[in-house]
Each structure stands twice: as C-alpha cells, then as structure tokens.
Design a protein around this ligand. Sequence first.
Ligand SMILES: [Fe+2]
Length: 583
Amino acid sequence: MNILGINAYHGNASAAIVCDGKLIAAVEEERFNRVKYAAGFPSAAIHYCLKEAGITLSDIDHVAVPRNPYARLGTKLWYAMRMPSFARERAKVMAKFTGISEALAAAFESDPGKIRAAFHRVEHHQAHLASSFFVSPFEDAALLSADGLGDFASSMWGVGRGNRMEIESSIAFPHSLGLYYSAVTQYLGFLKFGDEYKVMGLAAYGSPENMEAFRDIVRFSSNGGEFGFRLGLDYFTHHRTGPEMSWAESGKTPVLGKMYSAAMGERLGGPARRPEEPLEQRHRNLAASLQARLEEVYLGMLKKLAAKTKVNSVCLAGGVAFNCVANGKLFDQTPFEKVYVHPAAGDAGLAVGAAFYVWHQTLGKPRSFVMDHAYWGPGYTGQEIRAAIQSSPISNGGYTVNDLDDVQLMRRTAAIIAEGKILGWYQGRAEWGPRALGNRSIVADPRRPEMKEILNERIKHREIFRPFAPSILAEKTGEWFDKSHPSPFMTLAYTVRPEKRDKIPAPTHVDGTGRLQTVTPEANGRYHALISEFERQTGVPVVLNTSFNDNEPIVCRPQEALDCFLRTKMDALVLGNLLITRP
Ligand SMILES: [Fe+2]
C-alpha cells in the first residue's frame, strides 16, 4: 500500500512516500527549486518520491495532506469576522487545497481521473506529533508539538501507545511560543523567515536580565489546559491583523509580516533594532532573556506532561523542537530519560507525519518502522557524478581528480582536514530536514580556534555569533560531553566537558555547549569511518560539520556541490570516492 504525504502551500513544502508502512523517500521542494524554505506545491519533490519508490501516480492508494480546514472552525470564524484581510488570504490558500488533486495531476501532466487515491486531511499538529512518535523507537511516549501556528493551533500534546496517539489538549491562536520567538526575533532586527535560530545562537552571548518583562510577554496560565501559557497580547499585533504570512505562492520563500507592537519596545527599553544597526549588549541580553523564558515555559510544559503521562520517553516536533538548547536541558529539568526529535521537526516533516498518521491512526496498521537515520533524499550514481564533473570547469581547469579506494579515501581526506583545510563531503542520499549530517556537509578541523572565522570568511558568510556544530563518534559522546543520550539529528545541545573545550574550540559555543551529531556506523558508515580515521590521526573523535551550501538551500545534485566548491574557497571536495583538489 502506497501513501503519499504532501506539505503544500505552506513554508517548507515537501513530499514523502510510505510503502507498506516503511518510509522510502522524503524531501523538501527547496532542494530542487533552490529557493530556501520554498512554499507552493512540491511537484519536483513528489516526482522524486515516486521515482525512488518505483511507482506511478496511479499506484498511490492514499494521499495525506497535513491541513484540516474544519479544525477549530469556531475560532477561525470568530477571527475571520474581525480580520477580513487575513480571512481572504486564508481563503485563497484553502481554495488551493480543494484543488490539490488537480495540482497533483497537473504536476504529472495526467488526467485527475487517473488518480484513484483516497485523500485524507490530517490536522497540522496531529501530523507533527505523528511525524515524531510513529517513526520513533518508542512503544509508549509522551508527545509534544509546538510551533508558530498550524490549523489555528500552536501547541498540542498527548500520549502515544503502540499504533495509536491520544490527544490530550492544545493551545489555539493567538497564543503561540513560535510566534513569541518570531516576534522578538523581528524586534531584534532579524527579519527573514527562519531567522529564529540566529537569535538562539546570539542568546549565549548575553545574560537574561529582562526576565520580568519576558514573564509578562509570555505568562503561565491555566487557560488552554493545565499546561497552558498565554501571550501578553499588548506586545503583539498578529491577533489584531492576523499573522501576515504569504504561503501560497509557488517557488517563493515565505514572508512574515511584523508581529510586535509599540508596547514591546516600551517594555524592552527602546525601539526595535534595524537590521543594519550594530548589535549591542542590550540586544544580546534580550536574546538571552527570550531564550530563557522559552525554556521556562517549554520545559515547564514537558515537566507537567511527564507527570501526567508517567512515561519516561518523549517525542517532539514543530518548529520550537528545533530549539536544541532547550531540548538539551530536558534531561536535567524534566523526568524524561529518552527523547526523539524528528529530523525535519518543522513543517517539512508534516509530509512524513501525515502519511504515517494515515497508516497507523486511520488504517490501524501495526508499527514496523523506525527512522534511525536521515538519509531519505536523492542520491546520484557514480556515472551521474562523473558526468557532472565532465561538464564542469573542473575537467579542464587543472584540478586533480583521484579515484581512491575506501581506505585511501579516508586516510587522505582525514589528513586534509587535520591540515586545517576545508573539505566538501558529498556522499549517498541527501539528508531529510535542515541539518547536514555527513552526506552533504562541509567538514573542518575542530581543534583550531580560528576555524570558525576561516569558514565564515571563505565560505559561509554567516553572522560571527552563530556557532558551528560538532559530529562525534557516538561511542565517544560521554567522554566529550556531559550527556551521552544519542543526538543523531543535531537537535540537542550538550555541554562540552570543561577539560575537552580547548581540544575542540571551533565547534564549542561561547557558553561551552555544542549542538552535536552523534554518528553510528549503522546510520552512516562512511562518515563514521572518516571521523574514526581523523581520530586515529589526531586523537580527537570529532569533526566540525556545517551544511554544504553558501546562503542557499543545501546542495542536492552533484552539479550544485561542484558549483559551490568552485564558487567558494573550499580546498578539496569528495564526491563518493572521487577526491578533487585545487590546482
Ligand atoms: Fe507547524
């Protein structure tokens, strides 16, 4: 039985295919159309998923869409009456949803009559919860989803047992931890969609001196259930104007309108920072306070969820679940002992969640799949890689291309990293979700304190306050970090052991933490072999890992890897077993 999950007309448009209860492929549309966080209809992603599964449009039995227009209809109507322009925008998006079968047929230049699949609408947050629980290794788990907004809710929680989820409650618009973080992110001068993680990095440079204000901006409240919180709405505008989000346009990065009010500035001690203005200590302290208040509320909810469900495992999803700093603290601040965070915890993951929701919750099928790695995107053959090199300037520009066996490849490559050079590492199938996890990665020496500046100057061009991440051999995690619970998808930040900090200064953040990836031979044998060889040569079982891109979606095809290599000042590139070095 084939189930196609589609996240369409929403940020991070994506598709996933589940065949007989096993995930076969999942990918974001941005990897194909090269537009970051692309919304619209994910035609290329769907094409790829069907090709990977070896099926055609008429072989699909079910299509799962993570949007239910009937969820919270009363709340929606109440706000629609007060915010006509917001209602009009939503109506436009909804009209597109009713034509999703036609859009699917059009993407394949087919007749809608040939689609025999049953269509299912899965509520946004139920799809988030399903994306995490149904692919987790846990038989029983507490579930929490938290994001900006989806189907007029911002958080949902419950418990999963076997092949069923029971929803306990949710928090509805306008109260939202995601919109809270986005609004203050905007106030601090970071206006682009998806900039919240920059502010999370900035927070480590400040001290939370504004907690009184932030406890007024987000308040604990029994309203919305016993885990509830409410926003101090005077500080926001989205409940009056509607969150101005443009989702519907195909192939565009979503745009978020201004969400904080003048009262926010009055309470936080000054006008909003303009993007071109310098960052001052005040801004860093505000970022630290924003983060600290998020942690209080988020971890507070998790604590209560643990007490209520009495299970020791938790599954997380939704954009807020990308807050690796908060996630890393849950072992110390809540009773949970195990956690699973979906690698595409944001809205891309809804495609997987909706598909598994239909398989388990709707059709009642038993569990038979665990997502223990993230390599569900496109892969390319050696022949395709060679063809890409042939048609690139590399074939006639004096570059050296060496075809090495595995042992030689690891030796040479680890030596290149140890010499302080910057390496592009392109292997196998692309990662699902926003983190490069050793198949589309740029890898560098973690021992060199200057490596962060070098990477920024030569390749990444990012804000200097943003940290780079470590990949570590999973079996060595406890020797280098204060915790050893697996973090295969870089969704947890742990404290680097004090005696190890000067050994891996480049991926250790200013507060002594690292947003680590734990690498096992089962999940990624080649990456594990590379880090093992680096350890053999240097004594350090860690490499610095950043995504293979330069202000663009992560590279997908070999052509994009070659372009990025040529465009930037990367020293060497490995594509499969081919090592390319500059003249
Ligand atoms: Fe969401």
